[in-house]
Design a protein around this ligand. Structure first.
Ligand code: NAD
Length: 315
C-alpha cells in the first residue's frame, strides 16, 4: 500500500474550504485526494497544488459510490450557499444524504477515520443565542432552506448511526459562516455580494435595517479547527461548533468593506425576506476546551485578503 504518509480524501476539495484544506494537508506532509463534481467548486481553486505529486484531483459525484483507499476522509461535498441549494434543492439533499452514506460506507470498508462538515444551519431559526452544541435546533422541514438544513441534520444522524453500529472513528463539526479567497463570486453571500457590487460601482443592498448580526470566520482559521477536530482523541466525536464569536451587524460589515475598498458607493435598504434570521453566533466553549482552538485572523485582515482575491478576478 502506501508508506508512512497519511492518505487523506477530501470530498468537496475544489470548493472554498476544501481547496484550502487540501493545501493545508499537503503542507503537513500528507497525500491528498480531492473528490469533487465541480458543481460549485472549480479546478482553478486547485491551481497551486495540481502539479504536486502528492495530490490527485478526482472528478466524481459523491452520490455515486467510490472505492479509494485512505486513512482519513473529510466529507465536505455539498452546495453551501442559499442561491445554489435553492436552485437545486433535490440535488442538495441527495448530495448531503447519499453522499454521506457513500462516504461512510467507504470509511467502513477501508477503516478510514471520518469527518463530517456539518453546519450552523442545523440550529435552524434558533431561539437560543449564542448556539451551544446541545441546542437541538428549530427547523421547519417544509421551509425552502430545509433541503439543506434537514439534509445536514440527517447526515449527522447517519454519522452517529454508523459509529454506533460499526464502531467507526467519526467526527462532526458544525461550521459557521466562513469566508476568504476562492469564495464563489455568484454565491449570493453577503461578503461576496458586497465586494462584487462595490467593484462594479453598484450600491450595496441591505435587507431590513442592517441591524441583524452575523459572525465571519476566515477560512485559514476554519481549516485549522477542522484539522484539530480530525486529530483529536477518538472518544471526542463532537458535534463541535467552529466559528468566530465576533458578532457584527450587516450594516457595519458593509461599511467596513466600503472603507477597505476606498469606495464611496451607497448603501440601499430593502424589506427583510421571510427567512430573516436576526442573529447567528456560535458558542465555541467546547472547541476552546477540547481542541485549544479559536480563530486568530481579524475581520479586517481576512477581508483585505478576500478583496485582493476578488480584484484579481474578471468581474
Ligand atoms: P463550496 O460550494 O465552495 O464547496 C463545496 C464543494 O462541494 C464544491 O467544490 C462542489 O463542487 C462540491 N460538490 C457539490 N456537490 C457535489 C457532489 N454531489 N459530489 C462531489 N462534489 C460536490 O462550499 P464551502 O463553503 O467550501 O463548504 C464546504 C462544506 O462546509 C459544505 O459541506 C458546507 O455545507 C459546509 N459549510 C460551509 C459554510 C460556509 O460558510 N462556507 C458554513 C457552514 C457549513
Amino acid at each position: 500500500m502506501h508508506g508512512l504518509k497519511k492518505r487523506v480524501l477530501v470530498t468537496g476539495g475544489a470548493g472554498l474550504i476544501g481547496s484550502h484544506l487540501c493545501e493545508r494537508l499537503l503542507g503537513d506532509g500528507n497525500e491528498v485526494i480531492s473528490v469533487d463534481s465541480y458543481f460549485t467548486g472549480t479546478r482553478r481553486n486547485l491551481t497551486n497544488i495540481l502539479d504536486d505529486t502528492c495530490f490527485e484531483a478526482l472528478h466524481h459525484d459523491v452520490t455515486v459510490p467510490l472505492q479509494v483507499e485512505s486513512d482519513e476522509i473529510y466529507n465536505l461535498a455539498c452546495p453551501a450557499s442559499p442561491i445554489h441549494y435553492n436552485l437545486h434543492p433535490v440535488q442538495t439533499t441527495r448530495t448531503s444524504v447519499l453522499g454521506a452514506i457513500n462516504m461512510l460506507d467507504l470509511a467502513q470498508r477501508t477503516g478510514a477515520k471520518f469527518f463530517q462538515a456539518s453546519t450552523s444551519e442545523v440550529y435552524g431559526d434558533s431561539e437560543v443565542h449564542p448556539q451551544p452544541e446541545d441546542y437541538h435546533g428549530h427547523v421547519n422541514p417544509l421551509d425552502p432552506r430545509s433541503c439543506y438544513d434537514e439534509a445536514k441534520r440527517c447526515a449527522e444522524t447517519l454519522v452517529n448511526s454508523y459509529r454506533r453500529q460499526f464502531d467507526m472513528k467519526v467526527k462532526i463539526a458544525r461550521i459557521f459562516i466562513t469566508y476568504g479567497p476562492r469564495m464563489h463570486p455568484g454565491d449570493g453571500r453577503v461578503i461576496s455580494n458586497f465586494i462584487t457590487a462595490t467593484m462594479r460601482g453598484e450600491p450595496i443592498t441591505l435587507f431590513g435595517d442592517g441591524s441583524q448580526t452575523r459572525t465571519f470566520c476566515y477560512v485559514d482559521d476554519m481549516v485549522d479547527g477542522m484539522v484539530r477536530v480530525m486529530i483529536s482523541p477518538d472518544d471526542f466525536t463532537g458535534p463541535v461548533n467552529l466559528g468566530t464569536t465576533h458578532e457584527i451587524t450587516i450594516r457595519e460589515l458593509a461599511e467596513e468593506i466600503l472603507r477597505l475598498m476606498g469606495s464611496k458607493n451607497k448603501i440601499e435598504f430593502r424589506p427583510s425576506p421571510p427567512d430573516y434570521r436576526p442573529r447567528r453566533c456560535p458558542d465555541i466553549t467546547l472547541a476552546r476546551e477540547k481542541l485549544g482552538w479559536e480563530p486568530r485572523v481579524s475581520l479586517e485582515d481576512g477581508l483585505k485578503e478576500t478583496i485582493a482575491y476578488f480584484r484579481g478576478l474578471d468581474i
